[in-house]
Design a protein around this ligand. Structure first.
Ligand SMILES: Cc1ncc(C[n+]2csc(CCOP(=O)(O)OP(=O)(O)O)c2C)c(N)n1
Ligand SMILES: [Mg+2]
Length: 363
């Protein structure tokens, strides 16, 4: 995709596909479960995955631009982690429910909640879903649970959705993403405990970027997350979180397992965030990992790798593959720009109403 020198991480600015990484990336497409995902998705599904990745990245770049230009003071971005969110969402069924973390913002719009709502929440406009009161927006009409601030807490909430689906005998699953650090909260274990004892259709996607706020995980604990599924006697799957088809394939399998009454499923997705906890501590975050870590993870840039695979393998027989991809990218970029402009206009025309400040507060 287009490079945004002012906003892209330095390692992305002159990104070129690495032959070795790309050969491994392409080889994984031959694995039976990933090949099954390719078949399920078909050409149109693969195009949608690409468009979804572009939407996720441009959404975050827009927020970063707003921070830099003083429109907002801070944004929580998922640069480099887009494939975990987009790949997962595209493997879900219509009635499924998602409980994203704030940096999985793409889960909201990939499930059909208009992206404008994300921008409106950041701008605290009165016509937004939270009427300007809170950044943490969701909308159950689209099956999106608001990503509340308390990390890990959506595991029991989503276990509750899964329990409802089971009691009503509905063929639906709930999925939530949880950071590696947050797997250490009591809430995660309470939710998993309930879900495993009742075999609930719940998917917990552990987004493992080896960092929590400003704390890097002790390398001696690197393998500790692997034991999580086994300790609850549930299925555990692992994916390369930077490989969108691997993420898709794991969630597709997890969903089938859940719908067969064999849930919950814990998916461990290894990835890396090119940014800090939020935009305010990017510099500090860069000091947590070595230059070599940044360099190595940049080679696995999720959008660059997928785009390269589309161009050189999947669409290699398409004469104008380059132009086709550029057109999809430009279409998605333009749409995001319009939505961002609309949200800025909303801020002007619909400031939050002070009388609404305590509305919908029940306790
Ligand atoms: C219950 C709770 N404790 C602490 C915090 C402060 N906090 C916000 S994000 C975060 C780290 C989360 O790390 P991780 O779960 O690995 O997610 P990541 O940001 O790396 O994706 C902490 C401690 C919080 N929001 N909620
Ligand atoms: Mg983390």
């Amino acid at each position: 995709m287009k490079i945004y020198p002012a906003y892209d991480p330095p390692e992305y600015r002159d990104w070129q596909p690495d032959p070795q990484i790309m050969s491994e990336y392409a080889a994984r497409m031959e694995e039976p479960e990933i090949a099954a995902s390719l078949k399920t998705l078909g050409d149109s599904g693969l195009e949608e995955l690409y468009r979804g990745l572009i939407r996720a990245r441009i959404h975050d770049i827009t927020l970063k631009r707003w921070v830099r230009t003083g429109v907002i003071t801070k944004a929580w971005l998922g640069t480099g982690e887009e494939a975990v969110t987009v790949g997962a969402c595209h493997a879900l069924g219509e009635g499924d429910v998602v409980g994203p973390m704030i940096r999985n913002a793409a889960a909201t719009f990939e499930r059909g909640l208009p992206m404008e709502e994300s921008f409106r929440s950041y701008l605290a406009t009165g016509d937004g879903l939270t009427k300007g009161r809170d950044l943490h927006f969701g909308d159950l009409r689209h099956g999106v649970v608001a990503p509340i601030s308390h990390v890990g807490d959506l595991v029991p909430v989503c276990a509750g959705f899964a329990l409802t689906f089971q009691l009503r005998q509905e063929q639906r699953v709930a999925i939530t993403w949880v950071g590696d650090g947050s797997t250490r909260t009591g809430a995660v274990h309470e939710g998993l405990s309930l879900a495993s004892s009742r075999r609930l259709p719940l998917i917990v996607m552990v987004q493992d970027n080896a960092v929590a706020l400003g704390t890097r995980r002790d390398p001696r604990l690197d393998d500790s997350l692997r034991g999580m599924a086994a300790s609850y006697g549930v299925t555990g799957l692992e994916c390369d979180g930077n490989h969108i088809l691997d993420a898709h394939s794991c969630v597709r399998q997890a969903r089938e397992i859940c719908l067969a009454g064999e849930g919950p499923v814990v998916i461990l997705a290894r990835t890396f965030r090119f940014g800090g906890h939020a935009t305010h501590d990017e510099a500090e975050a860069r000091a947590i990992f070595s230059d070599s870590d940044f360099h190595q993870w940049a080679l696995k840039e999720p959008i660059g790798c997928y785009e390269t695979w589309l161009k050189t393998v999947h669409m290699s027989q398409v004469t104008n593959a380059d132009e086709q991809l550029a057109e999809w990218e430009s279409e998605e970029t333009s749409k995001v720009e319009v939505l961002a402009e609309n949200a800025v206009a909303s801020r002007e025309h619909y400031p939050p109403d002070p009388d609404q400040m305590l509305g919908d507060v029940f306790a």
